[in-house]
Design a protein around this ligand. Structure first.
Ligand code: IMP
Ligand code: MG
Length: 180
């Protein structure tokens, strides 16, 4: 696939400003916490997590989890399954899940249920972008940007593993979906 330049939806400067702003809000919310555990969801959240983690001035640890999702015919709750678990035991920890996108809500609902069952001291979630119209009700604590229902790429987000390293959040124009 040719990597034609996606149209800018959220610029690098806007992302930068919002990450700084979110870090400030998170710092205030966790002012009394001894330490927080940032749990990044691979792969889409890796750049967002890297920037957010470096901006935060709280004692923090970082770990990653990876998921596999199933379109249909799944045996797993919500069609989502944990394929790589955290190495750090979350029991008694202040856990902040850092995810790329909130779309149907299935992924985040699954993660919140899975990690709540392990009795963290607290459990919150932060997503870079939220699309409209969740099919599953889910409580999200921090949202970077509310965006329209379009396929977005860049800043960690992909289209067939392309575009992850773009410094901005963009939309792939229909022509780019066509082969060749
Ligand atoms: P949900 O379970 O429907 O909320 O799915 C969200 C997941 O789908 C995200 O973690 C992304 O991995 C993926 N996803 C949904 N929309 C997009 C998009 O526009 N670009 C890239 N990935 C997306
Ligand atoms: Mg994801």
């Amino acid at each position: 696939m040719a990597e034609t330049q996606p149209r800018v939806l959220v610029s690098q400067a806007e992302i930068r400003r919002r990450v700084v702003e979110l870090a400030g809000i998170i710092e205030r919310d966790y002012a009394d916490a001894e330490e927080i555990l940032l749990l990044g969801v691979l792969r889409g959240a890796f750049i967002f997590l890297a920037d957010l983690a470096r901006e935060l001035k709280l004692p923090r640890r970082i770990d990653f989890i990876a998921l596999s999702s199933y379109e249909n015919g799944s045996d797993f709750a919500g069609g989502v399954r944990l394929i790589m678990d955290s190495r750090i035991n979350v029991t008694g920890k202040h856990v902040l899940i850092v995810e790329d996108i909130l779309d149907s809500g299935r992924t985040l609902a699954y993660l919140l249920e899975t990690f709540e069952a392990r009795h963290p001291a607290s459990l919150r979630s932060c997503v870079l972008v939220r699309k409209p119209g969740q099919e599953v009700p889910v409580d999200v604590d921090y949202v970077g940007f509310d965006i329209p229902d379009e396929w977005v790429v860049g800043y960690g987000l992909d289209f067939g593993d392309h575009f992850r390293a773009l410094p901005y959040i963009g939309v792939v124009e229909p022509a780019a979906h066509e082969p060749g």
